[in-house]
Every structure is written in C-alpha cells, then in structure tokens.
Design a protein around this ligand. Structure first.
Ligand code: GRF
Length: 205
C-alpha cells in the first residue's frame, strides 16, 4: 500500500482554491490527505468549509504578533505539528520570511493570479487591464524567498476581452486556478515534479 502523503493548506479568506483541492483529492482518490487548513484570520470563509469536511482547522492570527518573524515561527509550529509532505498556499495573504520559506523549500507551492513573471504582487487583474495585455492567467509555482518567483509548475491563460472589468477577468482566471492547482498538487504527490537549479520545473509523464 502506498503511504498517504500529508498536505497542509494555508488560507486567508474565501478558500475556493482550497475547496477545489479538497474536492479533487476526494474525487480522484489521491494517495494524500488534507491534514489541516490553517488561516491567519479566524473569520476566513474557508475555515467553515474545512470544518464541515472534518478537516482540522487552526487559526494563527497575524495581528497577535509584533513581528513577522514571530508570526512565522508560530505558524511553522502549527504546520509542523501535522508533519506535512507539502505546504500549499491558497490565497494566503501574508508575506513570508526567508527563514520560513527556506524551512519548506521544495515542498511549498503557491498560486498567483497572473502569468508570471508578469504582474507580481496585488491587484494583478487590474495590472493586466492597465497594461492592455491580450492574455492573462494564473501560475502555480514553488515558493522561494523572493515574492512571486520560484520555479513554475503550471500556467493557464485566458483571453482578455474588450469589455472585461477587474471582476469579470478575475472570475475567468479563478475558474482556471481551480483546474491547474489541483493538477499541479497531484503531480507533486505522485512524485512527478523535479526542480533543476531552483529555476526550472519538469513534469515527468
Ligand atoms: C486567488 O485568486 C489566488 O490566486 C490568489 O488569491 C485568490 C484566493 O482565492 N493568491 P481563494 O481564497 O482561493 O478563493
């Protein structure tokens, strides 16, 4: 029997990517379990969904910590209590310290709502509209200490339509996020991802 891999998911809000991952893990019978969902906000909508699914939920409120390092240390302690094989950032809206990222290097993924390396940071859909690009999208990448960088695992593109608003564009990108993030996580769980020189990510068949 294959050993079940453990996944811990970090969220800050709605948690729709987390939900897509939980559903895919159940429906596709991944050899993995969602060991915990951890939020930096007690009122994150996603917490209620995870609880309803019987997934352990923890809250580490960032506002209770004077420093980023203090918050990250407390977060790390909560995460490591579940001994995860993979840490998944799914709409987790905190910048993480290099020490934290280094601790999980090679086993921490993020989804960013743009075609990286374009449009790092926040308000990516507005950035895309302002730039007038015709294609926009989402990227799953390994997390490295530099924000929104790190080896790219998967991307999906959508056309930017002439009458798009930030909201309509975000909704179309989000549909794609819900497809590529579970797919990329499954590749990781199946041991199909390899990173070369911390830069290029290969997916083996
Ligand atoms: C997504 O667009 C994700 O790419 C970004 O934050 C948003 C989170 O949405 N990092 P949700 O909480 O997964 O619904």
């Amino acid at each position: 029997m294959r050993a079940m891999k453990k996944i811990v998911i970090l969220i800050s809000g709605r948690g729709s990517n987390m939900q897509a991952i939980v559903r895919a893990a159940q429906n596709e019978k991944w050899p993995a379990e969602i060991a915990a969902v951890i939020s930096n906000r007690a009122d994150a909508e996603g917490c209620a969904y995870a609880e309803a699914q019987g997934i352990p939920v923890r809250v580490v409120p960032h506002a209770a910590f004077a420093t980023r390092a203090g918050f990250d240390a407390a977060l790390q302690e909560q995460i490591d209590a579940f001994a995860p094989d993979l840490l998944v950032l799914a709409g987790f809206m905190r910048i993480l310290t290099p020490a934290f990222v280094t601790h999980y290097m090679g086993r921490i993924l993020n989804i960013h709502p743009s075609l990286l390396p374009s449009f790092i940071g926040l308000a990516t859909h507005q950035q895309a509209l302002d730039a007038g690009v015709k294609l926009h999208g989402a990227t799953v990448h390994f997390v490295t200490p530099e924000l929104d960088h790190g080896p790219i695992v998967a991307q999906a593109a959508v056309s930017v339509l002439p009458d798009d608003t930030e909201q309509t564009l975000a909704a179309r990108v989000l549909e794609q996020e819900h497809i590529i993030y579970p797919k990329a996580i499954r590749w990781f769980i199946e041991g199909r991802l390899s990173v070369v020189e911390n830069r290029i990510c290969h997916v083996s068949p």
